[in-house]
Design a protein around this ligand. Structure first.
Ligand code: PLP
Length: 452
């Protein structure tokens, strides 16, 4: 009887979702979303009480874990006091959050423009870089996603934009990634000369350094495949910026707030950006929110000039309250230290899995931002599904993804990548539980390798 009730309830919920709402990035027919009833810590539960371990923290944003009631209580309290005032008003919580962000961001990044999501942080970063420098070109990477608004979408090179790129934002110049596993310059790390960085230098020369406002890159790569920057890459990029008066904008939407074992991904590279554009982990997704944090040098430029940027929901007091409490949770629960430690444990465990699974071509992670690259052949590195794979090319990976879901895991499987980016509160047992599921699903990929 109970079973029948939940089947009916689930199908009613799904039917209303299908009838009246649109699902992003999908054909509307043939999808089978999990109907989530509740969520706690690293787990999601459906209406049959089936438990799914969330190995991608939602969309790599639920960093503190699901349903932490401290954030709920802070939100309720703020709502009872002030639920909205225009961004031209001051609020206690806005100032406190700004101060906290100035404390945790590196160097002289001290002033924040609050936004509503990652894309609005990126759009405002691009505008601000242009306003500040008086230049127009932005250099960004092909294998990067910066959001779905027109500006952020144009800045990214992610193929999700290709269907609507005819009117994209002008003056974005894309460069190749420092993708060591598949070096676009045919080199091997260790014997190369950072051709990836000299490529950027040449592009700047071709484009005219005097026209380049900013270089925009993620603090650590995420949905493009956690492509790790080689050790000195960012230092070389910073040097190019300094040489030509170009700003360095770091997209910390996914890599920010402890995800990589530091407050911000860029801290793994020992360089100072001029701006950090962020979102996701700032509230752990509990409310939509974002931030553009800029250096005091950039901020003071607008002391006597109008800052021509704005959003109705900038510095939304309730979102500020969610963020402020969320940041305290990171500290009180030592989540950033845990992300670093669990990241190391993950590396060790996936290394062991490589011995059993010929389909694991590469595993790249920084803290708890990681992905397995699944291949048909380890020697040739032929991917199990290519970049921007068609439905047919996804046949094997779709089966792997379906198995993962069937076995009780929610994670992001894209092309030949399986993402491992769980909430930062995860423990070793839960990592083992998740890896056992991935290991079982990888047997399908193993059977499709040339080494089987
Ligand atoms: N930048 C990066 C690196 C992201 O991963 C994302 C989203 O996944 C964005 C920007 C866009 O963020 P939002 O979807 O909140 O606009």
């Amino acid at each position: 009887m109970l079973q029948t009730t939940s089947i009916t309830e689930t199908s009613e919920i799904l039917q209303q979702n299908f009838d009246y709402t649109l699902f992003s990035w999908s054909k509307q027919k043939g999808i089978s979303p999990i109907a989530v009833k509740y969520a706690k810590g690293v787990y999601l539960y459906d209406y049959d009480d089936k438990r799914y371990i969330d190995f991608s923290s939602g969309l790599m944003n639920v960093n503190i874990g699901h349903s932490n009631q401290r954030v709920t209580e802070a939100v309720v309290k703020q709502m009872q006091q002030v639920s909205f005032v225009t961004p031209s008003c001051a609020t206690k919580v806005r100032g406190e959050l700004g101060k906290k962000l100035a404390e945790i961001t590196p160097g002289n990044l001290t002033k924040t423009l609050f936004t509503v999501c990652g894309a609005t942080s990126i759009d405002n970063a691009i505008k601000l870089a242009r306003l500040y420098t008086g230049r127009h070109k932005i250099i960004a990477k092909y294998r990067a996603y910066h959001g779905a608004s027109y500006g952020a979408m144009s800045a990214g090179g992610d193929p999700r934009k290709l269907q609507s790129d005819s009117q994209q934002l002008p003056n974005i110049i894309h460069v190749e990634d420092p993708y060591c596993y598949r070096c676009p310059f045919g080199q091997t790390f260790g014997s190369c000369h950072y051709e990836c960085a000299s490529h950027v230098e040449r592009i700047i020369e071709f484009e005219g350094p005097q026209n380049v406002a900013a270089i925009l890159m993620e603090g650590e790569s995420g949905s493009s495949g956690c492509i790790k920057y080689p050790p000195d890459y960012f230092k070389k990029i910073r040097a190019l910026c300094d040489k030509h008066g170009i700003l360095l904008i770091v997209d910390e939407v996914m890599s920010g707030f402890g995800r990589t074992g530091k407050w911000f991904g860029i801290e793994n590279h020992g360089v100072m950006p001029d701006m950090i554009a962020t979102a996701k982990g700032i509230t752990s997704g509990y409310l939509p929110f974002g931030a553009l944090i800029v250096s005091d040098t950039i901020a003071s430029h607008f002391d006597d000039r109008v800052l021509m940027l704005g959003l109705t929901y900038s510095a939304h007091p309730v979102a500020c309250a969610a963020a402020l409490e969320n940041l305290k949770v990171y500290e009180d629960e030592n989540l950033i230290e845990n992300a670093a430690a669990m990241g190391k444990y993950l590396e060790q465990r996936v290394e062991e899995m490589k011995a059993v699974h010929p389909s694991i071509g590469d595993f790249r992670n920084t803290g708890l931002l990681g992905c397995i690259e699944v291949v048909k052949n380890r020697d040739t590195k032929e991917p199990m599904a290519p970049f921007n794979a068609s439905a047919d090319e996804m046949a094997v990976m779709n089966k792997v993804a379906a198995k993962i879901k069937e076995l009780g895991m929610y994670t992001f499987v894209r092309w030949n990548y399986i993402f491992i980016a769980p909430p930062l509160c995860i423990n070793k047992e839960q990592i083992d539980e998740g890896l056992a599921i991935i290991s079982e699903a990888l047997k399908i990929a193993d059977a499709n390798t040339e080494h089987r």
